[in-house]
Design a binder for this molecule. Sequence first.
Ligand SMILES: [Zn+2]
Ligand SMILES: [Zn+2]
Length: 399
Amino acid sequence: MNFLAAAKREIGALAHAMSALNSRIFEKPELNFKEHFAAGRITDALAKEGFKIRLGRKKLGTAFEASWRGGRQRPVVAILAEYDALPNLGHACGHSMIAAAAYGSAVAAKRILGKRCGTLKVVGTPGEEGGGGKLLMIREGWFKGIDAVIMAHPSNRNRAVARMLAVMELEFKFFGKSSHAAAHPEHGINALDAVIMLFNGVNAMRQQTPNFSRVHGIITRGGDAPNIIPEFASAKFFVRGLTVGDFEFVLEKVVKCARAAATATGCKLKVVKNPVFYLPFEPNRTMGKVFRKHMDAVGLRDGGTPENEEIGSSDIGNLSQVVPALHPEFAVSGPDVVNHSRDFLKAVTSKKGMDAMLKASAALTATVCDLFTNPSLMEAVRREFASSHLGLKSTKRKS
Ligand SMILES: [Zn+2]
Ligand SMILES: [Zn+2]
């Protein structure tokens, strides 16, 4: 059965409420784990539609689960909502739209399926922008018993299936010795030189890294005055790889560059790894195929951008290693306007943007309906997941 016509009809009926929800969240941007207003609006709207609400606690005080059970328990399908904003840029990643699309798609799927539905959930996942909210939620067991998760993210392209990179943040702290830079430079140990050598080492090393790997850093401390040999200097880096193996390969090389810089300058080195480690996102291509079909049919043509290209990282990477997951993108802007920019911020409330969000929500609704009513599809989704996820073990490359 093709649910797309029904999905379009129901999303059409919900368009006004979805647009209003997007605008309300957009106008009151909240940073990671402080999204109280947004979580409140989304859960209020879903509670009115008969969804049972469970709220998170402590650091996850802005996480939630809204669930509704049709005629049976299984399968359990969750639509994910994100709703955190960026520092100084508000909703320039368009998470207000992710939330509005999740709300609209869940309500539409419930209305279409009724008793034919299993357990339909909207899971509110706070702190995606640098917070790793989904990691904390995985640890607390929020996704246990869920058969598949899906969400839709605004972007500058339509793409059903994209991978994402593993990423870790590291800080390198170099400890040297201060001295008068003119009278007695020979008594000093220059920590800034160590940082500069680290950057030069990394830049020389780049050529020998696997495709799609990324290393990028900033100097966080570089000394206090030109006439003092810097006794302390530090840099922060992000290291990314398409697979855990690629990531570990590059990470080892970057750490070696730091050690070499410390040895050369005589500094002591401390490496601080941020424990929030985003795993690579492994999209469920079985779900992706279904979503692409609906996406194309609704007028959001998948532009064919390869799944490895122009990708970032997200905490849904970790989730994709424990449950089948899909994270398609829908175009709210032209190709030159990218997420996290002021122009993208405008696109998030534009007419073109809203139109794309409604179309993506219809595709999302139809995909969710397929997952609930087609047991062989659900089985194929599970089979693909069983053969593709990491089992959270690393696969290290040989140096
Ligand atoms: Zn973002
Ligand atoms: Zn985002």
